[in-house]
Design a protein around this ligand. Sequence first.
Ligand SMILES: NC(=O)c1ccc[n+]([C@@H]2O[C@H](COP(=O)([O-])OP(=O)(O)OC[C@H]3O[C@@H](n4cnc5c(N)ncnc54)[C@H](O)[C@@H]3O)[C@@H](O)[C@H]2O)c1
Length: 256
Amino acid sequence: MELTGKRIIVTGAARGMGAATVRAYVAAGAQVVAMDVNDESGTKVAAEATGPGKAQYLNVDVADKSSVVAAFAQANKLMGGIDVLAHPAAIQRASDAGEVSVEDWDLMFAVNVRGTMLTNQAAHGYMKATGGGSIINFGSISGQRAEESAAAYSASKGAVHAWTRTAAGTWGKDKVRVNAILPAMATQMYLEARERSTEEENLASYWRNLNSIALGQEYGDPDKDLGPVMVFFASDASHFITGQMVPVDGGQTNVR
Ligand SMILES: NC(=O)c1ccc[n+]([C@@H]2O[C@H](COP(=O)([O-])OP(=O)(O)OC[C@H]3O[C@@H](n4cnc5c(N)ncnc54)[C@H](O)[C@@H]3O)[C@@H](O)[C@H]2O)c1
């Protein structure tokens, strides 16, 4: 599970699961380029990650092709290659199926879906040139089930699942693996949403989201519960796994 010598890009690195992934990779000995739109937090996360590996920070807007192409080219130059892309960057906005606006729909698809295509495409080009690699996308239980309060987000994550299968099928010949993690983690975003909610809303959320988490009826900790899985998917130990949707959620859902 050692990542010594691995050259890794992590998007969405300024907070949440991206930040935990940067810490896990640096602790496992990897060279990391952490990327985000939030430069202040992203720089801090990269600087504070504790070695033996090390992390640097670059700005990227994953929805923007020229930004992705430039940032990945710079990361490739800084590290001398790209072996792994971990891609948690995404946004979530509430939306109702009957009322979702074109603006919200397009925003979520630009960041979550186009952002996945652009970052994966850029990484694939560098990985193919050096004999292969591992791409780790982020899907969601929201892409698997009806989401009354998150219509556009749910559709965007369903698209990430479909893309992940197709990219894995297409790029297997280049030894580029593509999988997606479906997490249930208590990140800042989740904790803030819970604080904003009424007791009644939190009770409804318990029955919808937490009750089925067999391992303790609570979301996981990104550093303790996700970090080691991200190391596994970046490492050669996972070399024969591709095209999979992998729930890391304490048993909240299963994927058939
Ligand atoms: N928290 C959960 O339990 C949960 C459940 C299911 C799926 N997910 C998915 O897991 C992933 C990580 O979630 P999180 O809770 O850590 O999210 P988060 O909101 O804490 O972090 C997302 C990061 O992405 C960055 N980002 C947003 N737009 C960007 C852009 N255009 N370009 C570059 N960076 C951008 C943000 O600045 C932020 O740092 C996301 O894909 C999310 O949809 C989370």
